[in-house]
Design a protein around this ligand. Structure first.
Ligand code: KE4
Length: 430
C-alpha cells in the first residue's frame, strides 16, 4: 500500500512540488499532504485509509457533501450521453437560467471552466465596456491567477502594483491598484485622483482568501457610490461566497443592508460546478453584449459549458434550493464555530470566529480582523500547530491560516460534536 509520504515523493518527481495547485502542498502548515483516495458525504479517506471529517470540501464546491446520489446519477447519465461536443446544449441554457434566477442582479451569464478564467474574462469585459484600463483590487483578496491580478500594493497609495509572481511583466500590472480592504479613505482618494480612468473595482464581498473577513456595510456602500459617480463597474468575486454564504450569495446580504444595492458584474465558481470544472461571469445584457460573438471583447473556451459539468452544477444548484437547506446548513456551521469558541475559552486560548451560511473562519486573536495586515499580524505558528493536532485527530481544515472553511449538508451534529471534542483536546495541548 502506498503511503502519503511515498506518494508525495513519487509525485514530486513528475509534478512541480508534487501538486497541481500550490496550496495543496502543505507548505504553509508543514508536513506531508494527504493523498486522498476517496470521499463520501462529509468524509475523505487518504491513501493509508485514514478518515477525515472534511471542512475544505474541495475549497468550497462540495456544499452537498461528496457523492450526493442525485448529483452522481445526473453526472453518470450525462456522461453516457457524451462528454463534450463543442456545440451548444440545452443544459447550458438551463444552468444559465438557474444562475440568473438566483442572482437577479444579472441578466446574462457566460460559463467557463475555472474561477481564474471567469475573473480574467470579467476584467477584460469591464475594460472593454468602459474603454478604461485601470482596476482596483484589495490586499488579501484572491481572484485567480490571471496576470493582472498577481499584484501587491504599490509603495504608496496612488502608485500602481508590483507583480507578486515572476513571469508577470511590470507593465501588465501597472494599471492595477491594490488598496486596503475596509479602508474607506483609500478608496475615496483613489477615485478622487483617478476615478475617470478606473474600469472596475473587484472585490470578494466576504473575503475567504484571508480566512473570513467581511466588507463592512459602510465600505461597500461607499464603493457602490463611487463606482456610480465615476462610471466604474463594481465586480463581485463570488467564486467562493456564491451560493455558499446564502442562496442569493453575498450580494443578497448587502442588498438587505443597502437599499437597491447590486454589483454590476458577478463572478461565480466552485458551488455552481458542484466539484466539476465550471465557473461563470454574469452581468447586464448591455454589458454582456460587448462579448464575442456580438461585440469586440473576445472570450472563448473549448470546454466552456461542458455537458457533464453542467449536469453536476445544475443538479447541485437545484438541491440547495430545497426548503430549509440554508437554515440547516447555517445552524450546523454556527454550532461548529460556537463549540470551538467555547472549547478555546475553556482552555484559555484566544479564538474569534465568524460564519455565514456554510462558510466559516476562525482566528487565534482577540478581535475579528478587518483587513489582511490584521489577519497576518498574529503569525501562523499557533494555527499550524492546531492544524496538525486536528489532522492527527481526523479533522481536515484548509491547510493555511488565511483560508476559509466549509461545512456541507452531509455534516451531522455528531460530526460537529466530534470536531469540537477534538478541538477541545487540541486547545488544551496548545
Ligand atoms: P480557480 O481558478 O482556482 O477555480 O478560482 C480562482 C478563485 C477566484 N476567486 C476566488 C474568490 C477564489 O477563492 C478562487 C480560488 N480559491 C482557492 C482557495 N483560496 C482555490 C484553491 C487553490 O488555489 O487550489
Amino acid at each position: 500500500m502506498s503511503t502519503n509520504v511515498s506518494l508525495f515523493e513519487r509525485a514530486q518527481r513528475v509534478i512541480p512540488g508534487g501538486v497541481n495547485s500550490p496550496v495543496r502542498a502543505f507548505r504553509a502548515v508543514g508536513g506531508t499532504p494527504r493523498f486522498i483516495a476517496r470521499a463520501a458525504g462529509a468524509y475523505m479517506w487518504d491513501a493509508e485509509g485514514s478518515r477525515y471529517i472534511d471542512y475544505i470540501g474541495s475549497w468550497g464546491p462540495m456544499i452537498l457533501g461528496h457523492g450526493h446520489p442525485e448529483v452522481l446519477e445526473a453526472v453518470q447519465k450525462a456522461a453516457l450521453d457524451g462528454f463534450s461536443f463543442g456545440a451548444p446544449t440545452e443544459r447550458e441554457i438551463e444552468l444559465a437560467e438557474e444562475i440568473l434566477k438566483l442572482a437577479p442582479s444579472a441578466e446574462q451569464v457566460r460559463l467557463v471552466s475555472s474561477g481564474t478564467e471567469a475573473g480574467m474574462s470579467a476584467i477584460r469585459l469591464a475594460r472593454g465596456y468602459t474603454g478604461r484600463s485601470k482596476l482596483i483590487k484589495f490586499e488579501g483578496c484572491y481572484h485567480g491567477h490571471a496576470d493582472a491580478l498577481l499584484v501587491k500594493a504599490g509603495s504608496g497609495l496612488a502608485t500602481f502594483g508590483h507583480p507578486t509572481s515572476a513571469g508577470v511583466p511590470p507593465e501588465v500590472v501597472q494599471h492595477t491598484l491594490v488598496l486596503e480592504y475596509n479602508n474607506i479613505a483609500q478608496i475615496e482618494e483613489a477615485f478622487a485622483t483617478q476615478g475617470d480612468e478606473i474600469a472596475c473595482v473587484m472585490i470578494e464581498p466576504i473575503a475567504g482568501n484571508m480566512n473570513f473577513v467581511r466588507a463592512s456595510v459602510p465600505f461597500m456602500k461607499r464603493i457602490r457610490e463611487l463606482c456610480n459617480q465615476h462610471g466604474a463597474l463594481l465586480v463581485f468575486d463570488e467564486v467562493m461566497s456564491g451560493f455558499r454564504v446564502a442562496l442569493g450569495s453575498a450580494q443578497s446580504i448587502y442588498a438587505r443592508e443597502i437599499p437597491g444595492f447590486q454589483p454590476d458584474m458577478s463572478v461565480f465558481g466552485k458551488v455552481i460546478g458542484g466539484g466539476m470544472p465550471l465557473a461563470a461571469f454574469a452581468s447586464s445584457r448591455e454589458i454582456m453584449s460587448k462579448l464575442a460573438p456580438l461585440g469586440p471583447v473576445y472570450q472563448a473556451g473549448t470546454l466552456s459549458g461542458n455537458p457533464v459539468a453542467t449536469a453536476c452544477g445544475l443538479t447541485t444548484l437545484k438541491l440547495i434550493q430545497r426548503e430549509g437547506f440554508f437554515e440547516a446548513l447555517s445552524a450546523r456551521t454556527r454550532s461548529l464555530m460556537d463549540g470551538m469558541a467555547q472549547a478555546a475559552a475553556q482552555a484559555g486560548i484566544p479564538l474569534v470566529t465568524d460564519c455565514q451560511g456554510g462558510m466559516f473562519g476562525f482566528f487565534f486573536a482577540e478581535a475579528l480582523p478587518q483587513n489582511y495586515q490584521q489577519v497576518m499580524a498574529k503569525g501562523s505558528e499557533r494555527f499550524n500547530r492546531f492544524y496538525h493536532l486536528m489532522l492527527d485527530r481526523g479533522v481536515y481544515f484548509a491547510p493555511a491560516m488565511y483560508e476559509a472553511g466549509f461545512v456541507s449538508a452531509a455534516h451531522t451534529e455528531q460530526d460537529i460534536a466530534d470536531t469540537v471534542a477534538a478541538a477541545a483536546e487540541a486547545f488544551r495541548q496548545l
